[in-house]
Design a protein around this ligand. Sequence first.
Ligand SMILES: Cc1cc2nc3c(=O)[nH]c(=O)nc-3n(C[C@H](O)[C@H](O)[C@H](O)COP(=O)(O)OP(=O)(O)OC[C@H]3O[C@@H](n4cnc5c(N)ncnc54)[C@H](O)[C@@H]3O)c2cc1C
Length: 456
Amino acid sequence: MAAAFDSRFCLCGGALRRSKDIQNAIPDWRGSFTGCVRRRRSSSAKATSSSSASLPQPVRYAVLGAGFAGLSVAWHLLESNPKESPLVVDLYDEGGIGGGASGVAGGLIHPCSPKGKLLWRSAEFWRECLKLLSAAEQTLKRGTTSDGERMIWRRGIIRPATTMKNAEILKENASNSLSCFRREFLDRDAAQKLVPGLCVSFDSSIYMPHAVNIHAGRYLQALFSACKSMADDASSAGSGRMEVNLFKRSIESLHELQGNYNCVIICLGAKAAMLPELSGLLPLRLCRGIVTHMKLPDATSDVYEDGSPSILSDAWLAVQGPRSLVMGSTWDWGSRDYSSSVSPEEASRALDELLPKAASVYPAIERWAPVGASGGLRAMPPLTPLGSLPLLGCLDDIVGDKGQRRYWLVGGLGARGLLYHGLLGKLTSQAVMSQDEDILPSELTSWKRLLLKARG
Ligand SMILES: Cc1cc2nc3c(=O)[nH]c(=O)nc-3n(C[C@H](O)[C@H](O)[C@H](O)COP(=O)(O)OP(=O)(O)OC[C@H]3O[C@@H](n4cnc5c(N)ncnc54)[C@H](O)[C@@H]3O)c2cc1C
């Protein structure tokens, strides 16, 4: 059920025409944004003047951050909005869509640990992730994005064992099956049939045929288009006005939004802790990663075969085409460098680190040429007995807004944001709309109990 509308949070009254995508606009909150509302109101005044007074006011949500987490939350808020209930979802991102770690992710998705063990609630995470990928793909098919380039590669992923002990663990974990995600244990011959030239020193590897890799930037754009299409379709079908807007602007403090929204959902990745209200409170460690984009020179005739899987090892190769792949990733713990740009020195250090690791499992990578590098900051959550689990929850107790259920967090997606984002967005949107934090699994909110206990 949607949260009951509270007129104190209403920015704009009456019926407004659906706003266009305003990406790249940098509205001043009190000035141009209200100006923009006023303009929209007057241009649609003719059509709505007689009926506006009687129309219900929309529920308004602000989603801070347009990475995997923020876009998933936005999509699920729109998807589960009850028919006939007007809804406005405003996304804020200082860098635009994919401005943080999501935009540089290598794009590998599978529900297993580095040792091939299934992660906590892996089946649900996997299912919800595929659902969002499919929503984004549908939008591409509908032609609502101009970029016709490929977004998803269903080529599977292979992980060769790197030590004898590792080989035994992979074998044991491969036998623990999940019906929606098959894993196979392969010997050297079988592995090399899949990837000619693969080095399988310990005669064993785990193969995940259902695993996929995506082009993160294209996926995020397509998911935002899917949000817009959903809002457009609902509004034109007359089932209640839905609106999704993107504001390219930085939010420096939650105070900036106070009084304007029913709820604010914070999906700021590694920068969540930079909000003054959350400073020093989130149990996150930051870790910068660099990926190198590699191309096979035109003169080289052996291309990466179409059916061959991507490769996981101490360095991974996310294959995007016969002559194009992403090689990752470095782990610079404690870095606070959020920038996606990488200096020539940093790019060169990353290449020196990654290339030998990748070549130890796929020697042919030496023939590929680096054509670029990008970087991002991971927000790593604490390790628990169930693994490194993301952080969810209502933040009102923490930011001193007791009882309002207004501020929510989706954070600490670590190095697995793609796998996690679907289910986390779904659970959070349900909790936000029903104003019920108990919907969230206690394993994902336990960090709050520890924090509140420590604060007395
Ligand atoms: C090099 C690298 C490779 C990776 N590869 C993979 C992979 O292959 N598979 C995988 O599953 N995961 C991968 N990850 C991890 C994945 O990228 C993260 O888990 C995921 O991106 C986190 O998503 P998020 O939405 O929580 O944060 P982000 O993507 O960081 O999104 C936060 C957004 O908030 C915006 N923002 C921040 N502060 C403000 C502010 N004050 N005001 C307004 N906007 C703000 C930022 O611009 C950003 O767009 C990789 C990470 C790195 C660094």
